[in-house]
Design a protein around this ligand. Structure first.
Ligand SMILES: C[S@@+](CC[C@H](N)C(=O)[O-])C[C@H]1O[C@@H](n2cnc3c(N)ncnc32)[C@H](O)[C@@H]1O
Length: 297
């Protein structure tokens, strides 16, 4: 079951009972100081004003369908996050885990904040999600990674389904036997994964959408089938799709009506329930959309 809540997450979180989730993943705005936007376009046939020639010599033009976005500027970012992070801890079951997705600009401040809320001993990993996409700067090393901090509510008792970790190819398969090479190895705390392809099937057109493969790894390893997952900065609903496809329940929260519309369309297959907003009409229509992406951030 998927529940989608519309509204400010702090108010919504405060209404949930203690210890009601097994896994909390959040990917809040990163305080980049910029508006996060993504323009959706579609190609339409236009014999008179088309500016491109396509299949069978027909003329086409590109039109803008919508621009989606949300603000990513906070005068006091830690003050915004602090009460929400405290709620995340309250809402976790005793063996639950918390995953916090951020980037190099804020990760250090957030780590200190989270150590204060969960306790330093509860910090288990900083996962580096490394990708390779988009322009490079010639003035410094191009930042091409995000940081994901993992805290367990109880560092002596948490879910870690080692047997469900996906295997990746060895970098030097010739150095291990053929059997090992064929089986692959488990990933370390550095996860190489491409961003959501701007033209691929996974793309919803929501800015800063995260890859399903990253959420699949977190959800399959850090929760059990039937568990409840919470994402209270849900955006396009990547955590919700992963939860639904992996047999977990999910509660998703976002205060942007565009995010709710995207989630309604994306998660229509799981028949989600809506709270604080009528079910948008997004689930029924599907159309082909090409998107222009600017990378994860
Ligand atoms: C980085 S995006 C999440 C992207 C998501 N992980 C995905 O894969 O699509 C952050 C989201 O947090 C939402 N948000 C920001 N402040 C919020 C608040 N106070 N309450 C609820 N949602 C909020 C924004 O609308 C945005 O959709």
């Amino acid at each position: 079951m998927i529940d989608i809540h519309f509204g400010d997450n702090l108010e919504i979180l405060r209404a949930f009972p203690d210890a009601s989730f097994d896994l909390v993943y959040i990917d809040p705005p990163f305080n980049t100081g910029k508006a996060r936007t993504c323009t959706l376009t579609r190609t339409v046939r236009d014999d008179h004003h088309g500016d491109r020639t396509g299949f069978h010599g027909r003329r086409y033009r590109t039109e803008t369908v919508a621009t989606r976005g949300y603000s990513d500027t906070f005068p006091d970012y830690p003050a915004f996050l602090q009460p929400r992070l405290a709620e995340a801890r309250r809402l976790l079951r005793p063996d639950g885990s918390f995953f916090f997705h951020i980037d190099f600009r804020e990760v250090h401040y957030c780590k200190v904040l989270l150590d204060g809320i969960f306790g330093r001993e509860s910090f288990l990993n900083e996962i580096i999600w490394a990708y390779d996409y988009g322009a490079r700067t010639t003035r410094r090393w191009s930042p091409k990674h995000d940081n994901i901090l993992w805290y367990a509510k109880d560092p002596r008792n948490y879910t870690y389904r080692y047997q469900d970790i996906d295997r990746i190819p060895y970098m030097a398969p010739d150095l291990v036997g053929p059997e090992k090479a064929a089986r692959g190895k488990t990933p370390t705390d550095t996860w190489w994964n491409t961003i959501v392809s701007p033209n691929g099937r996974e793309k919803t057109g929501y800015p800063t959408q995260k890859p399903l493969a990253i959420l699949d790894r977190i959800i399959r390893v850090h929760s059990n089938p039937g568990d409840r997952v919470l994402d209270f900065f849900a955006g396009s609903g990547t955590a919700g799709e992963s939860a639904a496809r992996n047999g977990r329940k999910a509660v998703l929260v976002d205060n942007n009506p565009e995010a709710i519309a995207v989630m309604a369309r994306r998660l229509g297959f799981a028949r989600p329930r809506f709270h604080g907003i009528a079910a948008p009409d997004g689930g029924r229509r599907r159309r082909t959309i090409r998107t222009q992406a600017a990378g994860p951030r």
